[in-house]
Design a protein around this ligand. Structure first.
Ligand code: ZN
Length: 503
């Protein structure tokens, strides 16, 4: 059994290495690659995608898993080996249902589609990407239909990202949250908007990057195992547990963008850097779901990085970096500015209160597109109408409407957005649990100390990687299943101080 288990791990390590190489090509494509490299890069990534798929779906892996089943059953449910075998079995059963040729075709297609999107978005030209998006929708349906027997066609697409949740579960959580959020959004947006002009000044790029990266390291981001580069659409990526990278973008006329996107990607990176080193090269060595991953980016970006306590410590430092811009701006004005709630166009820049409405819109469109209730050609218009209904404003163009997010242009339609809102909910749930265990966490944040919080997260969440499913880790770490209560308490407390929420 020992030998068979070792052989399985060796094979999984090869799959992991090919994946990591593909990840590096993607990182390069999104940071330094000249545009002329696009066609060959698409082909190279498709080749690696095909190779890793072939290796992972090799019948020898199935035979090893079969042979190891008695061994798995003899182990405690929570042992590393049993968890690895269970996860590998689940992924394997899924992967053998998808032909390698299909995977390669999709990788090739999405890579081309991404390149076209990078040109179409600034040109505000939806028509240019429309044929690609139509093809993507076709691929998305085909992909779901490799797994017949689903309750909803989106279920097989949600599964690899947020295992343990189906479209119906997400709809239920979203409906509950929407009901609690809408009155708060209306109450706030009917009041005088916060003045955030202090953030809209000239802030030189170098200084912005340096400040963000310094905070990121104080959160615990290890630069011996990380680095930061610039990109269009910030992301975190990992090639091994010793190489976890973040990317950012800066706007010299707006302070909020680079700073908070850096803190966001840092949250993702802390999760990956916190995984047990002995999981390296196995499927256990990554965050367990997109919702749990996003809970960490949102926790560090918002619950910590946009808190009053955090800025007690960091605002004087920020003022000394930008004395001309912020020297005369009181901390309260700055705090209100970075937590300004408004009906705005862009999801990634949206405040904590309205953010989830952006996600719900996209999630509902994914379902409607997959169900055939909505066609791609009608999407820009449908976007404008829904946006007006939810936000009371109409996007002036597609650039800041349907073209704004990379997801549908670089991947399938379905399952790409629910994780953000699940993450907001779970971020508060994890933070509440950490604070209950260690009531000193808030006062430590006020002193620019994050170790108690970081250690709690490492111990209860990060180190386990994918050992437990999202529903399992949420219960283990917080003692209850996913609940919107801590999140709503957090929002009501924080925004109740900033705005009048009595109605
Ligand atoms: Zn994120």
């Amino acid at each position: 059994m020992e030998n068979k288990f070792q052989e399985l791990k060796t094979r999984l390590l090869e799959v992991n290495d090919i994946w990591s190489a593909a990840g590096l090509l993607h990182w390069d494509q999104s940071t330094y690659m000249p545009p002329g490299g696009a066609a060959a890069r698409a082909r190279q990534m498709a080749t690696l995608g095909r190779l890793s798929h072939e290796k992972f779906t090799d019948p020898a892996i199935g035979k090893l898993l079969d042979a190891l089943e008695p061994y798995q059953k003899s182990l405690p449910y929570d042992s590393d080996e049993a968890c690895l075998l269970r996860l590998t079995r689940r992924r394997y059963e899924r992967a053998i249902k998808v032909p390698a040729e299909f995977t390669a075709e999709v990788t090739n297609h999405t890579s081309e589609s991404y390149q076209v999107w990078t040109e179409a978005r600034p040109a505000n030209d939806f028509e240019r990407v429309r044929p690609y998006l139509e093809k993507t929708l076709e691929y998305s349906r085909q992909s779901a239909n490799f797994f017949p027997g689903y309750d909803h066609i989106a279920d097989p697409l949600i599964e690899p990202r947020d295992y343990g949740m189906k479209a119906a579960d997400v709809k239920r959580v979203f409906a509950e949250l929407r009901q609690a959020l809408v009155p708060i959004v209306s109450a706030i947006t009917s009041q005088e908007p916060a003045d955030d002009s202090c953030l809209h000044q000239y802030f030189p790029e170098e200084k912005q990057l340096a400040f963000g990266l310094e905070v990121s390291q104080q959160f615990g981001y290890d630069m011996n195992r990380g680095r930061q580069d610039k990109t269009h659409h910030p992301f975190m990526t990992k090639f091994s547990l010793g190489d976890v990278r973040i990317t950012t973008r800066t706007k010299e006329n707006f302070l909020g963008d680079a700073l908070f996107s850096t803190l966001h990607e840092t949250g993702h990176a802390l999760y990956e850097q916190g995984i047990r080193m002995d999981f390296e090269g196995t499927p256990l060595a990554r965050g367990t779901s997109s919702g749990v991953h996003e809970s960490q980016s949102r926790l560090w970006e918002n619950i910590v990085g946009r808190s009053r306590r955090f800025w007690f410590h960091y605002y004087p430092k920020l003022q000394s970096v930008f004395p001309e811009q912020l020297g005369d701006v009181p901390i309260d004005a700055f705090y209100r500015a970075i937590n300004k709630v408004e009906r705005s166009l862009i999801r990634t820049n949206a405040d904590e209160v309205t953010y989830n409405l952006h996600v719900m819109l996209r999630f509902d469109f994914e379902l409607a597109l997959l169900e055939g209730e909505l066609e791609i050609k009608d999407l820009p218009n449908a976007w404008r109408e829904r946006f007006e209904a939810d936000f009371g404003i109409v996007p002036p163009d597609d650039k800041d409407g349907v073209l704004q997010d990379v997801h549908w242009y670089f991947g399938l339609i379905g399952g790409s957005f629910q994780g953000y809102t699940l993450g907001n909910i779970l971020g508060s749930q994890f933070f509440a649990a950490a604070t209950e265990a260690h009531p000193e966490v808030p006062s430590e944040i006020e002193n620019g100390e994050f170790q108690t919080l970081h250690n709690w997260l490492k111990e209860h969440l990060y180190q386990h990687g994918s050992k437990y499913t999202a529903p399992e880790i949420v219960e283990r770490a917080t003692g209850t299943p996913l609940s919107i209560q801590p999140y709503m308490t957090y929002l009501r407390t924080k925004y109740g101080e900033l705005y009048d929420l009595t109605d």
